[in-house]
Design a protein around this ligand. Structure first.
Ligand code: ZN
Length: 165
């Protein structure tokens, strides 16, 4: 949640194109122009998931994470191998459901990013040392399996190396 400039503060994946009233205007009209109630969201999160939903507990306290004042990771755990959030609190449960944080396209994107980071970290020592490598980019899946290399060629790790092609 809220990972970078102009990103949706809920899903973190899409460009923030909408201003969401975190606490809906229908619930508290006095917060309509409250600057701190305006969060940048993508149209998918704003219009298809959250809409005017704003669950509260039995005392009327919000059960949605406000990423502008709370650390989402107090309530959520990201399972990197599957790219899905797991709830640590009731606020996490409600936020995953209301914001649609585990919709398949988001989970696949997180999982693929994880796979690329793992691949880069595994190749990092050879890349910085200049040692010969297999000349092949290996994709390690989140299950830890790796496809068998189709060829083994010396490679210096530079983009211009013919063995990389
Ligand atoms: Zn979004």
């Amino acid at each position: 949640m809220a990972p970078g400039a102009e990103r949706c503060m809920y899903c973190g994946d899409n460009q923030g194109t909408d201003i969401d009233h975190h606490e809906p205007m229908a619930r508290d009209p006095l917060r309509t122009f409250d600057w701190l109630n305006h969060l940048l969201a993508c149209s998918h999160c704003n219009s298809h998931h959250k809409r005017d939903r704003f669950p509260v507990d039995e005392h009327g306290r919000p059960l949605l994470i406000d990423p502008s004042v709370e650390d989402p990771f107090d309530h959520l755990l990201l399972s990197l191998s599957v790219g899905e959030y797991r709830a640590l609190t009731e606020k996490g449960v409600q936020s995953i459901e209301v914001f649609g944080l585990n919709r398949p396209i988001l989970a696949r994107g997180r999982q693929q990013t994880f796979d690329v980071v793992v691949m880069c970290l595994r190749q990092w020592p050879d890349a910085v040392s200049g040692k010969a490598c297999t000349g092949r980019t290996s994709w390690y899946t989140s299950s830890g399996s790796s496809p068998a290399p189709t060829s083994v060629r010396p490679c210096c790790g530079k983009w211009s190396c013919p063995a990389r092609r």
